[in-house]
Design a protein around this ligand. Structure first.
Ligand code: GDG
Length: 495
């Protein structure tokens, strides 16, 4: 029992690689910055803890240490590595979390796959996470649990360690009761979440949805609600909410419901965007483009990200606007996080097929309409592409936040560029000066991309100015575990 703050995140906070027969830990410059951001909270406590899983039968590192002590630029912290078998990981992560929870969270009921779920395994894995936290956390410590694959951790933990302060953050959307309650384990999940002190979401709509789900299952009263800040009330997005619940009462306990939209590391991206190498790379990209305008699309390969709908819109754009042929290029970066999952492999192959069709239909010896990139681009290069793009075209069908659009805005140190954003990305709530589009409507998709390509410079700069203010105003450093404070408890009260 030594850590004042324990972060519970399914992945380890670094990359573990074998070099010359030895295992070495490398800084995981995770592009979305979540891992470094979470580690940065260790700077505010005497000792931090991180709990993650690790493959038990790792052929590269069969005798790994279950708990390691780290002292690095972020502070002093331990990492508890929960050994799970490959089968346990498959069941808990790929089957239950990705095939059952993920589609429901993003309101894709038709993709929900219930039958293969091994619920007992999910419970076991979550209980083991809770046990590892209970061992690690100091008295009155703050435990910050992340995402739906660890939904049951708060409930188990509350029983084991009633003294702990528990916060939970959802990185995904949280759907309405009509959709969420499709999950047969709804009561157990929500009961666990209600044992937290603070439950966090990206935007007010998800918080409101959670509370309505909780009220559909338990006697829950809303004891505090606030008006949503004016800056977040935008007619352009379907995700606007005017009032949000901020505290609920369950039996004799109060639970805070927090809205803390995650931002990007503005300083880091700014520095990257202004770096000499980035300017060189940006100039090279522009030169290669030969005056063609660049439309950039970046995202993981996932049906929620709307890649197929976007490519079909691009095909219509070229079909209906012959003058654009030869004058515009789409760079579609679609990186698969897991090629072994059927759902993702199918999307990948559909994307490849549509890209092939578009290039076959419209391509010429001197012009390729779409460039598809399926491998991860180094972040430094990505920033150069953000800088070189005329339009960032980010059109998920559903997305908890979407950090790509914020990274694009943060990279535009030149104040130019247009962001076309789906009204179903959580980021739309903060980024009201984007050109909004509804990816479920052909007309809306086609109109928005044309509007972006034809936008006069003064309007582009005015919109980008406001977008940059919004992104800079909510930097990743402002992210918190809701109303809970991250700092070591006074030693006198420690156990
Ligand atoms: C979940 C929620 C929420 C992408 N391609 C490359 C690359 N990326 C990086 C981007 C960005 C990150 O991946 C993707 O972040 P998103 O936020 O867009 O999406 P998810 O991975 O789905 O994340 C999401 C997020 O959690 C945080 O709460 O916003 O809604 O689904 O940072 O830059 N990075 C590099 N090369 C690539 O090719 N280096």
């Amino acid at each position: 029992m030594s850590s004042d703050l324990v972060i519970v995140y399914h992945r380890q906070p670094y990359e573990e690689v074998k070099e010359n027969g030895r295992i070495v830990f490398r800084e995981n410059k995770s592009p979305n910055g979540i891992v470094p951001t979470l580690k940065s909270f260790f700077g505010s406590v005497d000792h931090g803890g991180w709990v993650a899983w690790k493959l038990a039968d790792d052929p590269e590192n069969p005798d790994f240490e279950k708990r390691i002590e780290v002292n690095d630029a972020y502070g002093q912290y331990s990492v508890s590595r929960l050994p799970l078998s490959a089968e346990q990981v498959r069941e808990f992560y790929h089957v239950t979390s990705k095939e059952a929870f993920w589609p429901i969270l993003h309101s894709f009921k038709e993709r929900y796959n219930y039958d293969p779920v091994d619920w007992a395994n999910f419970q076991t894995v979550n209980r083991r996470f809770a046990e590892a936290v209970a061992e690690e956390a100091a008295r009155n410590a703050l435990v910050w649990v992340h995402d739906y694959n660890l939904w049951l951790v708060p409930g188990y933990l509350r029983e084991m360690r009633p003294d702990l302060r528990i916060a939970f953050f959802h990185h995904t959307p949280f759907p309405s009761a009509d959709t969420f309650n499709v999950l047969p384990w709804r009561k157990e999940i929500v009961e666990s979440l209600l044992s937290c002190d603070d439950i966090g979401f990206h935007i007010p709509r998800y918080a409101a949805n959670f509370v309505s789900v909780a009220r559909s299952l338990f006697d829950v009263d809303v004891v505090e609600r606030v008006r949503v800040p004016d800056a977040w009330i935008s007619e352009g997005t379907a995700l606007t909410e005017r009032v949000m619940p901020t505290q609920i009462a369950v039996d004799d306990r109060k639970v805070c419901v927090s809205v803390t939209p995650v931002g990007v590391d503005g300083d880091f991206i700014n520095e990257r965007a202004r770096a000499l190498e980035t300017s060189k790379k940006t100039a090279e990209i522009r030169q290669e483009l030969n005056d063609e305008r660049l439309i950039l699309s970046v995202g993981r390969t996932d049906y929620t990200k709307g890649g197929i709908e976007q490519l079909c819109s691009y095909e219509r754009l070229l079909e209906n606007n012959p003058d654009l042929r030869g004058n515009v290029r789409l760079m579609h970066v679609s990186v698969s996080a897991n090629r072994n999952m059927t759902a993702y492999a199918e999307i990948q192959s559909d994307i490849e097929q549509i890209v092939g069709r578009i290039n076959g239909r419209f391509g010429r010896l001197d012009w390729q309409p779409v460039t598809l990139i399926s491998r991860a681009v180094p972040f430094a290069d990505l920033v150069a592409y953000y800088r070189a793009a005329d339009v960032a075209w980010i059109t998920p069908l559903a997305d908890g936040m979407n950090l790509v659009c914020k990274e694009f805005v943060a990279s535009r140190v030149d104040g130019d560029g247009v962001l076309v954003l789906s009204e179903f990305a959580g980021a739309a709530v903060e980024l009201s000066e984007a050109v909004f589009t509804n990816p479920f409507s052909h007309k809306s998709m086609d109109r928005a991309i044309l509007q972006a390509l034809n936008m006069p410079e003064h309007e582009r700069r005015q919109r980008m100015g406001s977008l940059r203010e919004a992104v800079e105003g909510n930097d990743v450093r402002q992210w918190t575990p809701g109303r809970l404070t991250v700092s070591s408890a006074p030693k006198a009260s420690a156990a």
